[in-house]
Design a binder for this molecule. Sequence first.
Ligand SMILES: Nc1ncnc2c1ncn2[C@@H]1O[C@H](COP(=O)(O)OP(=O)(O)OP(=O)(O)O)[C@@H](O)[C@H]1O
Length: 243
Amino acid sequence: MNKDAPVIKVSHVGRAFGSKLVLDDISLQVEKAETFGILGPSGSGKTTLVKMLTGIDETSSGEIHVLGVKMPKLAMLQQIGYMAQSDALYTELSAKENLEFFASLYGLKGEQRTRRIKAVMELVNLEEHLRKGVAQYSGGMKRRLSLAIALLHEPPLLILDEPTVGIDPVLRLSIWNELRALNKKGTTIVLTTHVMDEAEKCDRLAMIRDGKLLAVDTPDGLLQATGTASIEEAFLYYGGVRS
Ligand SMILES: Nc1ncnc2c1ncn2[C@@H]1O[C@H](COP(=O)(O)OP(=O)(O)OP(=O)(O)O)[C@@H](O)[C@H]1O
């Protein structure tokens, strides 16, 4: 793969459910080591888009390439750390068992597996709850465990659907610091968010509404284009209504 090729290339993508067009002619690119935010009101199509980026869902029209590979492609799961909006955890198992399950899916074994489980649980501040049953976890703890799982195999691409919902501000900051550190090491990060101060931390933002891509630019570029003073105002300029 050309090292300067985009990590994600979305070309004229549409997605319909029955007769309802949920995404309409979306084209965008995400470059290596970018933090790319997807911002849009509730129901605008953000989750639908990220599911297609991961290969969980298929496009109705157009094409998506990730790391040069046409999606969907099962083998790409090794390259992608995905944190879904609703936690995909086995609640009847402990956190450790969940992590071990996903580690084996990603081919992590032995000492490396133990080391990575410890590292990601420290990162999300759950190391003391490793052996606890997930059924006993709070909503925020489940989000943190989901993030830990997404980071487990040190994927070059992280796709995070509202990663910090239900996470307190102190931990949110430490998670952002870690995302920044990963980013500096070359990890590409795509995330959806409703949180404006998170949006401001992204290198570039895509604004979507009613399944249409309205703008893709740096936070500063969006402020200039809309003549607004904050991302929140820019978001409202594009007709967003916060959910
Ligand atoms: N499997 C499905 N079948 C039918 N409609 C769907 C399906 N999945 C999503 N939709 C519809 O697609 C639209 C976009 O949904 P999506 O979840 O992508 O929005 P979103 O921007 O992620 O919203 P939120 O911020 O609330 O999570 C909604 O109208 C939703 O009802």
